[in-house]
Design a protein around this ligand. Sequence first.
Ligand code: PLP
Length: 474
Amino acid sequence: MSPSAVVNKRAVVVEPETTGHKNVKTKSVLLHRHIHYEPSTVVAAKGNYVELNSGQKILDATGGAAVSCLGHGNQRVKEAINRQLDQVAYCASLFFGSSAGEALAKELVDGTNGQMARAYIVCSGSEAMEATMKLARQYFLECAPAQPERVNFIARKESYHGTTLGGLSMSGHVGRRALFEPMLLGNVSRVSACNAYRGMKEGESTKEYVARLAQELDDEFVRLGPQTVCAFVAEPVVGAALGCVPAVPGYFQAMKAVCDKYGALLVFDEVMSGMGRSGTLHAWEQEGVVPDIETIGKGLGGGYAAVAGLLIGHRVIHVLDKGTGAFSHGHTYQGHPVACAAALEVQRIVREEGLVENARRMGEVLEKQLKERLSSHPNVGDIRGRGLFWGIELVRDKATKEPFDPKDGIAMALHEKGLEPKHSISLYPGTGTVDGKSGDHIMLAPAYNTTEADITLIVDRTTAAIEDFFAQRS
Ligand code: PLP
């Protein structure tokens, strides 16, 4: 079968999240996403606002792509970057270390209260997932005795783990995979994510739901051959693929028990949900489960540098230590000193100013206000999230939970509505990911230093944009 035939069998859902600007013919030579159109240019950004070249100021309710945890234009981070540039901008991590890299790793490992042993710093969440896949494989090769047959990964259907071929192979996001399906790795299979709104059966208790999902994972191990599985990979709070969906209580403990039963690693992808976003520094703190490897990104550098990483547990480091003593992987810009200095300052500010606690407190305010204002809207199916990470699922029919047709691009159109001058708010759109069965959603991910007044403004503008959008459609 030709690759195009494979692609054509599936509904190609164009994931629109990084555009959403007015369709203006472009003379731009910089390729954003669409060849013929360009987004508005941001000319300034301060605090919770970005300013466009038109002069319009947009309330950044999403921290870009759930990144800007301190807001824009932080002076302390700027100074830390400048100091690092004066000292050393770049050194090859193959040959040298940097004090910024060392200090960042210490800050990160200390932040896990001894649960993690080492930090590995790369430039993007996708790179972090690539490194994780190779590290998991290498771990089993260096176990005594070696387990070379462990080549498979079990991920979840509703998930996003990166745009590179490894990360995309891990992802279940149908729209993002579609064009590249024939090129993706065949050693990743998927089970259902934990999604109370869409996954729980009528009358099913939380305990029964968890037991059912644990059985599904167990069955998948057995189907693959338990001794062939490297790791189970999951986002503690599902981001782009579902829109801020946390697991029900006890779910991750049950999943870990299955991994333990078969000796597989547990990997948490906290690129979006971690580093304070969910109201604890690590989302796993709320699950009573510590992963063997955790990927981090977005909130790590807060947008001040392209930086992401891995936190690696003692089990994995111990085996490498006794084995080859080296992780067989590397990038030119890994552990980049300027990126490390920026991330270190971001993390120090988050810790010194108690911003994770603020994210938790403000998250409660955001939840309350969103539910008060939007729960009764006929096209709002579900409002869910943790910390300052909230998703609103949009449905055609509230009673049946019938989603909109992904081809209608509802979330994207709502994002564009938010950008209109009368609303001036940035909302993070996403569209159904599993053969159109999950609905459109928008996500909110404000900065951790957001105040109650900011939250009220975000909810006011979000509510107005949603009401205006659906009023115009009816
Ligand atoms: N993992 C998760 C959970 C993500 O949300 C993302 C990006 O949205 C990635 C990985 C990929 O990160 P990046 O876009 O930095 O490569």
